[in-house]
Design a binder for this molecule. Structure first.
Ligand SMILES: Cc1cc2nc3c(=O)[nH]c(=O)nc-3n(C[C@H](O)[C@H](O)[C@H](O)COP(=O)(O)O)c2cc1C
Length: 357
């Protein structure tokens, strides 16, 4: 992001998550009803764990909004952890300890071991509390403002689950989750985000770091457990011929406009939006906490041990789809502001209209 700046803070079981989104124009409609709607979408989905029943993820607005509209000041949000009373001792910010619920056996595939080595933690709870995807509740909340800006500009961002555990139909996906859960195992999958109503001309081919795909890939890859991103045909295009991959150009009937009859590019050519729907997919690896744990090592005792078990989901693909959608909203709102500019929504809309003319 270039125009917008975002920071989050807070631990999974800490007192609250905090976030700031700075650089939004004034006048963007924003309120708790929108926050609740997006939070509920992130929480839903087959395969989530008990945590989602405890939290309602309702963010409190601490700054940057008055009477239902952004002011142009930094947007500041907080999501209070309803379960903190049960974690107050474990997560105490002060005091000598003892460290309760310390984590000494890293989970393969999670940040536990690399985090312990990097920051010198003996209790890997100091790692997992921040590496947890719980943090994305705040990113989704902040992105709600970006989503509102896009909606004002006629852009709708949607998502769907493409596959879970290799299955592509609803019943197969649910069966894959059930079977994994019964085996104490987990499953990943693929999600797809689509943005409709984008103008042509966002992003640029002129410099490597202005290409839109680069920004989108970074946004999706920044989501925990995402291991692959593709735009349009993506990896499938690599084994097809050019004639099967590129979107041919035609005149419309009046010869006033160049049209494409296909959208295999996923809405981006040369790092620039074409005006066709933007289509981005992400691959989510299976969750790293297995109820039937993988072999690991006890770092304190220097012995083999079964990996740590923490309350956990079986499948997070539906949630990941909604989160990726939010992260793409942030990136697209940033590109709208970069291209059209404006300190208020009114100004942004006027610049946009002038550009379309
Ligand atoms: C929405 C969502 C929920 C997740 N929930 C869990 C969970 O409950 N337990 C877990 O071990 N990992 C969970 N993960 C995955 C971890 O965050 C991920 O394995 C960890 O960040 C390490 O992956 P990385 O190497 O991509 O960062 C979740 C991921 C997402 C996107």
């Amino acid at each position: 992001m270039r125009v917008l700046r975002m920071l989050t803070a807070g631990e999974s079981h800490g007192p609250a998550l905090t976030g700031i989104l700075e650089g939004l124009p004034a006048g963007v409609p924003f309120g708790t009803a929108q926050l609740r709607e997006q939070a509920a979408r992130r929480r839903a989905g087959y395969g989530r764990g008990n945590r989602m029943k405890i939290e309602d993820d309702a963010a409190d607005i601490l700054g940057g909004v008055r009477m239902g509209k952004t002011t142009g000041g930094p947007l500041a949000l907080s999501i209070v952890n309803k379960d903190f009373k049960n974690w107050a001792e474990v997560m105490a910010a002060e005091g000598p300890g003892p460290r309760k619920r310390a984590v000494r056996v890293p989970r393969p595939g999670h940040a536990d071991l690399v985090g312990a080595l990097k920051y010198g933690h003996e209790d890997m709870r100091d790692v997992l509390e921040r590496a947890s995807a719980r943090e994305t509740a705040m990113r989704v909340a902040l992105a709600t403002a970006a989503r509102s800006l896009l909606s004002e500009m006629g852009v709708q961002v949607r998502s769907r689950v493409v596959s879970v555990g290799g299955a592509e139909d609803d019943a197969g996906m649910k069966a894959a989750v059930d079977a994994a859960k019964a085996a104490g195992d987990t499953v990943g999958g693929v999600f797809e985000v689509t943005a409709l109503g984008l103008p042509p001309g966002l992003g640029s081919y002129a410099q490597w770091d202005r290409r839109l795909e680069g920004d989108l890939a970074k946004a999706v890859m920044s989501l925990n457990a995402v291991k692959g991103v593709e735009v349009g045909l993506g990896f499938a295009g690599a084994s097809l011929r050019g004639s099967e991959v590129h979107d041919a150009f035609y005149w419309n009937a009046k010869r006033t406009k160049v049209v494409r009859k296909t959208n295999r590019s996923g809405g981006v050519d040369g790092g620039v939006t074409t005006g066709e729907p933007l289509v981005v997919r992400g691959a989510l690896k299976p969750i790293a906490t297995l109820m039937n744990p993988l072999p690991s090592v006890d770092l304190a005792a220097r012995k083999p041990a079964a990996a740590h078990i923490e309350r956990s989901d079986t499948c997070a693909v539906p949630a990941a789809a909604v989160i990726a959608e939010s992260l793409i909203c942030l990136e697209l709102a940033d590109h709208m502001l970069l291209k059209f500019g404006g300190d208020s929504l009114k100004e942004l809309k006027a610049h946009y209209a002038a550009s379309r003319r």
